[in-house]
Design a protein around this ligand. Sequence first.
Ligand code: AMP
Ligand code: ZN
Ligand code: FE
Ligand code: FE
Length: 288
Amino acid sequence: MNCVDLHTHSIYSDGTATPDELIQMGTACGLQAMALTDHDTMDGVREFTRSGRDRGMKTISGIEVSSLHHGHSLHILGYGIDTENKPLADWLIKLQQGRTERNSKILEKLIGMGINISPEEVAHLSQCGQTGRPHIARLLLEKGYVTTMNQAFTHYLGKNKAAWCSRFVYSGAETIDIIHQAGGVAVLAHPCGMDPSMKTQPQIIRELKERNLDGLEIEYPSHSRKGKKRLRELAAQYDLLATGGSDYHGTNRKGKLAGCGGSICPPETIMADLADRIADVRRKPQLI
Ligand code: AMP
Ligand code: ZN
Ligand code: FE
Ligand code: FE
C-alpha cells in the first residue's frame, strides 16, 4: 500500500487521540510514515516521535500554524522543525495567548446568549496543549445546544456567527520565515478550501512562493479531482513540493487516517522529496 499521512491532530490541539494512539492506529493500518501537525503547538511531537521509534513507525515532526495573508485565513504546515528551537517556542507563545484570550471572549458572548459554558469545563475537555473552537463546539453539543459539531460552527463559532471572535495571528510570510529558521519546510494546508472555484489560489500561491513557500498539500480528503489537478499544475509551475494528509481529528470531526479507510493515500515517495527540501532549507542561511 505504501501510504503515508502527513496531517493529523492529537489531544495536544483539537484531536481526540493521544500521539501514541495515532501511531498505533497508523501502524495497524500499515502506514509507512506519519506526521503530527497540531494547531499552533509542537507539545505532542516528542511523545509522537518516541512512540514512532518504539513501534517502528517513521515519523516527521510537524505543526499547523494559523495565519493571515492579505485578509485570507491560511493554515501553514511546518515539517522537519527542531522541536527544541527556542525562537520558535517564543514566537508561538503570542499565538497561544491569542487563543486563550479569544476563547474567553467566546465564552462571554455565549453567556450573553444564556449559554453557560465555564472555562473549567473547556479546560477539562481540552486536557493539554492548545484549546480551539472544536472544544467549545463539543460542549455545545454535549449540553444539547446544538445537534452536530457542524451546527456549533454554523450557528455560533464560525466566521461572523453569533459567538465569533477574531484572534491574533501572524502573516503567512512571518510564519514561513519562522518555520525555516527552525529548520523546517513550509507547506500550504488544504489549499482548495479557501476557494473551491480555484480562482483565488494562483495569486496567493505565487505571492507565498515569493515569500519562500516550499509546498502545497495536494492529497487531502475534501479536494476535488479538478482542484488537485490545478494544484499539481501550480506546484510544477512554482517548483513546490506536493504533500498530503488526512487532517484526522479523531471523533471531533468526520474522517479517517490515510490508509485506515480514509479517502486518500499519499505515496511514500513524498518522504524522500520532503527530506531533500528540508536539507535545502538547512543549507541556506536564515535571516530572522
Ligand atoms: P480554531 O483553531 O480554534 O480557530 O478552530 C478551527 C478548527 O475548527 C479547524 O482547524 C477545524 O479543525 C475545526 N472546524 C472548523 N469548522 C468546523 C466545522 N464546521 N465542524 C467541525 N470542526 C470544524
Ligand atoms: Zn483542527
Ligand atoms: Fe487546517
Ligand atoms: Fe488540520
